[in-house]
Design a protein around this ligand. Structure first.
Ligand SMILES: *Cc1c(COP(=O)(O)O)cnc(C)c1O
Length: 534
């Protein structure tokens, strides 16, 4: 299997090159040359598979055995998911016959990004070790320097994915005093030598500007081989397809009728950069039976607006509440303004959804498959150039129709999010949802009440443990008398976290030179260089 850029660059890449490159040089995203079909016997053969076995089965459809042999892939998968706390890795939690929750937060940092980043870290290490083993003693070993900025949520998943990996060092910048104590502790208590937490006196935007400037600095970038691990990396999408399969089998085990045709599954996904739900699209087009995929966004609703209008548009020109009918008449009165809105579900606070480009490519292709891949790349590139120039693009009606064949979209306000957390906590059985999961649950409710075929069962993807977003959960449940955050939500692992040893580097001013100095200093110490696995 080879990969090519959505924007039509000539070169096709191996899986290894795709994973190590991340973003294509022409600005596009890598996608596989074709979406492989499931083997004819998959339903019988895979039905008792564990998460890890499914992972090997699915991944090996996208990775040639010449690149990663099956037993090597198995070792990588097993190592990646050995850090999870639940034997099912992503367990399916049944709330009723009509609704299940797929819990994706049982990894080391209690958030769904662990599912992909644990594997990505191991893939990076595997490729670098193999490349270095082929070099002569005089050649310099290849190393990777991962640099990123975080406002709190995703930095820790990246750190846990790359801690203690040979030939890789990671520098995560966070704004000093502006991430929650738990999030800060999750990052800074990782004391492996290759992990560097930079606590920058400044804002998140300052941190992000520094990271952007580092990448733009050609000399520095080449010298340190800077790498990003953002959600456009193909391996992250691929790793996430697996839990759709697991959920399919686990849901069917719990239905009274064994016939797969008796139930249609509808996955509802809290969405930001469109990576999580895009994995569901791949699963569907490989042949996993499912109904429409439901995109659940918060008030940063560029995707929900696209599915309503066919316009992919950065700046919201409609009053926020004119977009989706709020349940319970709830409205938080916030007006849409340009730029990212801060919401109670911060991991989905985005202006544009980077992975949406991959879906747009498939839409461009499927609308006229006879014209072929090159033409689809040209169409897609035209759309993306328009977004860049005008902040918006409108796709033809036929394309919007095609998008609606696979997806529904709903936008959920903060007020609806809080109501949903409360509703599910006080329901029977009681469930404590984090605000991102609540966005999904609320969207599921709206979709079910508007178009509910009797045989549909909804599976809502839960993307974070409620303890990670204490503020929203506490706010939603503050007037529920029996609720006690420490007792009902806080996991044991978090309780000791604040006491543990920390390793953090203070950066006195938000200046790129200070950050460069730090990276130079640690890289000169040459930590983490290896040719063979420890
Ligand atoms: C990243 C994230 C999301 C959004 O996932 P995408 O793949 O960007 O759509 C949702 N919830 C949480 C908690 C996340 O960390």
């Amino acid at each position: 299997m080879k990969y090519f850029s959505t924007r039509g660059e000539e070169q096709v890449l191996s899986f290894e090159e795709t994973v190590l490159t991340g973003l294509a040089p022409d600005g596009g995203l890598y996608i596989p040359e074709y979406i492989p079909k499931l083997p004819p016997n998959w339903l019988e053969e895979w039905k008792e598979y564990s998460f890890q076995e499914l992972s090997v089965a699915v991944l090996s459809l996208f990775i040639s055995p010449e690149e990663i042999a099956r037993d090597e892939l198995q070792t990588l998968v097993e190592r990646s998911y050995s850090t999870f706390r639940h034997p099912d890795i992503t367990p399916l939690h049944k709330l009723s016959d009509k609704i299940f929750i797929l819990e994706l937060f049982h990894g080391p940092t209690f958030a769904f990004k662990d599912v992909a980043l644990q594997l990505l870290g191991n893939l990076f290490e595997f490729f670098l070790l193999r490349r270095n083993a082929r070099k002569s003693a005089e050649e310099k070993p290849e190393k990777l320097t991962i640099v990123g900025a975080t406002s709190g949520d995703t930095g820790s998943a990246a750190i846990y994915g790359l801690r203690n990996k040979a030939n890789i060092s990671i520098y995560i910048l966070h704004p000093k005093g502006r991430v929650s104590p738990i999030q800060e502790a999750q990052m800074t208590t990782v004391t492996d030598a290759n992990v560097h937490n930079l606590s920058v006196k400044g804002t998140f935007d300052d941190c992000q500007d520094i990271v952007k400037s580092l990448f733009a600095d050609k000399e520095f970038n080449t010298k340190h081989r800077l790498g990003a691990i953002n959600s456009i990396n193909w391996a992250r999408i691929l790793a996430q397809t697996v839990y759709y399969f697991l959920a399919y089998f686990h849901a069917h085990r719990q239905f009274p009728s064994p016939s797969p045709e008796a139930h249609e599954l509808q996955f509802v996904v809290p969405t930001g950069n469109f990576g999580d739900i895009l994995a569901g699209y791949y699963a569907k087009h490989m042949g996993l039976p499912m109904g429409k995929l439901v995109i659940a966004t918060n008030e940063n609703d560029i995707l929900a607006r696209f599915w309503k209008s066919g316009r992919y548009e950065k700046v919201d020109s409609v009053p926020a509440d004119g977009v989706a009918a709020p349940v319970n008449g709830a409205s938080d009165g916030k007006q849409a303004v340009s730029g990212v809105k801060e919401t109670l579900s911060p991991a989905m606070d985005i202006l544009v959804s980077s992975n949406f480009e991959r879906l747009l490519w498939y839409l461009a292709y499927h609308i006229e498959p006879s014209k072929g891949r090159k033409e689809a790349c040209r169409t897609l590139k035209g759309w993306m150039d328009k977004v860049k120039a005008d902040g918006r693009v409108e796709v033809p009606t036929s394309v919007l129709k095609l998008a609606r064949d696979d997806f529904l979209a709903e936008r959920i306000s903060d007020a609806q999010t809080l109501d949903t957390i409360r509703d599910y906590y006080t329901a029977s059985p009681s469930y404590i949802a984090d605000p991102h999961t609540a966005v999904g649950l609320c969207a599921a409710h709206i979709v079910a009440s508007t178009h509910d075929p009797a045989r549909t069962t909804q599976i809502v993807l839960s993307t974070a443990h409620p303890a990670k977003f204490a503020e929203a959960v506490t706010c939603a449940l503050s007037d529920v008398s029996q609720f006690d955050f420490d007792r009902d939500v806080l996991p044991e692992e978090f309780k000791g976290l604040l006491m543990k040893e920390k390793r953090v580097i203070d950066v006195e001013r938000a200046e790129i030179e200070l950050v460069k100095e730090i990276i130079e200093r640690y890289s000169a110490e040459g930590e983490g260089t290896a040719r063979v696995s420890a």
